[in-house]
Write a protein that binds this ligand. Sequence first.
Ligand code: GAR
Length: 195
Amino acid sequence: MHVMKIRLAIMGSGSGTNCQSIFQAIDDGRLNAHVTTVLSDNPEAFILERAKRRGVPTSLLDCQGFKNKFPENVQEALAKQLRELGVDFICLAGFMRLVKSPLLEAFPKRILNIHPALLPAFPGVEAWKQALDAGVKQTGCTVHYVDAGMDTGEIIMQAFVPVLPGDTPEALHARIQIQEHILYPAAIQSATARL
Ligand code: GAR
């Protein structure tokens, strides 16, 4: 039986350990997908290097000097590029800009994100630090569909991580990342299996 491979684009701004976990899940047969392209807004991001080592084509998103904004015209050009490549789903993996229309309109319910907290708790940046500062006993990570809000889209899957006595932000984030690397490929497989 021929099973169609889902075509993924991965977008990240940093180290790309989640991107690496997606590659690993594909190689292990846990995720029936092909990574068509990896994109970053940061020329220094190690996620680009990981993609190059695997032979996956990369692109740099030129955000025209804006620190946080993801300019509309850049999103429009990106939507066109990804449609031409036949991309089915976009996976945000540590991508630190807010996606809005026209990318959302070009890929309705086809953009996923991983967030390092149990949404709806602690949206936004450094969510592990927010959890530590709030004194919760448990946090985790969430994979969700991306909508126009900040980390507000429909939840697909979550994993729980205890906050331990004496935890530092770094130690807690590292334990959350271990769970992210299991959760994200599983959630992508589940969300894309409906195609
Ligand atoms: C991950 O912990 C991810 O959940 C988080 O950035 C890290 C990226 O790590 N994303 C956000 O905070 C999004 N608001 P990685 O580059 O090693 O995958």
